[in-house]
Design a protein around this ligand. Structure first.
Ligand code: FMN
Length: 171
């Protein structure tokens, strides 16, 4: 897909077809996250790739909005240092937002859908993924081909209109 097509095809997918994702595509998606920009090139992220069905099922319990992970073909848990300092926490969250979006666009480029899930049960997430205590499982991105309809460029998303969002030459 062209970049614009991938951007406009991406939407949250929460029901996935029973069709495995080629390993090369998963690697490309992870690579897209790895090369994302970050504050001072800190790269605060680690990614835990999960394809094991039982682990995916367990991961779906880390947040009440994460049930869709159970039926995904894969998930990428985005892990960051568990910082004390508010500025560092904020910076890391911004950085992983960029890495996450870059992975989602790379996935859309291959027709692969992604869902988001926050993580509420931090101890559970750490224990499922064997993540050290000094790290935070910040987020889970789950992946698979959409069960309903393929990703299509030009998907109309429910959004505030451009004229309302954009302020030109000042507020
Ligand atoms: C920070 C963040 C947290 C989110 N958490 C969840 C979640 O826990 N469960 C879920 O199903 N969707 C979650 N979403 C997905 C949003 O609901 C979705 O992106 C939004 O409704 C826009 O829809 P779209 O992605 O289809 O454009 C999250 C998205 C973001 C950016």
């Amino acid at each position: 897909m062209e970049t614009w097509d991938a951007i406009t095809a991406r939407r949250n997918v929460r029901e996935f077809a029973d069709r495995p994702i080629p390993a090369a595509d998963l690697e490309r998606i992870l690579e897209a996250g790895r090369i994302a920009p970050s504050s001072q090139n800190n790269q605060p992220w680690d990614f835990v790739l999960v394809t094991d069905r039982e682990m995916l099922r367990e991961l779906s319990g880390v947040w009440r909005g994460g049930g869709h992970i159970a039926g995904a073909m894969a998930a990428i848990a985005v892990v960051i240092p568990d910082e004390e300092e508010a500025r560092a926490r904020e910076r890391n969250r911004f950085d992983i937002g960029q890495a996450t979006m870059q992975m989602m666009i790379a996935a859309a480029d291959k027709g692969i859908g992604c869902g988001h899930s926050a993580v509420g049960e931090q101890d559970l997430a750490r224990s499922i993924l064997r993540v050290p205590e000094d790290r935070l499982v910040a987020f889970v991105v789950d992946l698979g081909y959409p069960a309903d309809r393929p990703l299509r460029p030009g998907t109309r998303l429910k959004r505030r209109p451009l004229d309302e969002v954009v302020h030109r030459d000042g507020w």
